[in-house]
Structures are given as structure tokens and as C-alpha cells.
Design a protein. Structure first.
Length: 61
């Protein structure tokens, strides 16, 4: 089954938003509530996903 959720996060940075989502989804994954996850954070500069790696406030990978 596929489900979609839209959230508005109280995060001060993209990195913080990504960490919040990763933490929540990893906990759900460990509990067996989900089998996989993907997310997109929409910003003025573009889209950030669970695969993005940050350094100095910028996506490097």
C-alpha cells in the first residue's frame, strides 16, 4: 500500500527538516510500521530528498 503525507515542519534549516523526517521514518521502519520510505522537502532553491548529503548548508551529494 502506498500512502502520502504532507507536513509543515517547524525547522530552522533544510538540514534540520531532513533530520526530523529521517528520525521519524527510521523509527517507524524499526517498528515494522513501514517497509520503505522516500520524502521530498520543497524549498525555494529546489527539492531535497532523503538521499541528499549536506556540508556547510549546501547539498553536496
Amino acid at each position: 500500500m502506498d500512502a502520502r503525507i504532507k507536513l509543515t515542519l517547524k525547522a530552522e534549516s533544510i538540514e534540520e527538516a531532513q533530520k526530523i523526517l529521517n528520525d521519524i521514518l527510521e523509527k517507524m521502519n524499526k517498528k515494522g510500521a513501514i517497509t520503505d520510505y522516500k520524502f521530498e522537502i520543497v524549498t525555494d532553491s529546489g527539492v531535497v530528498t532523503e538521499k541528499c548529503i549536506f556540508s556547510g548548508g549546501k547539498v553536496i551529494a
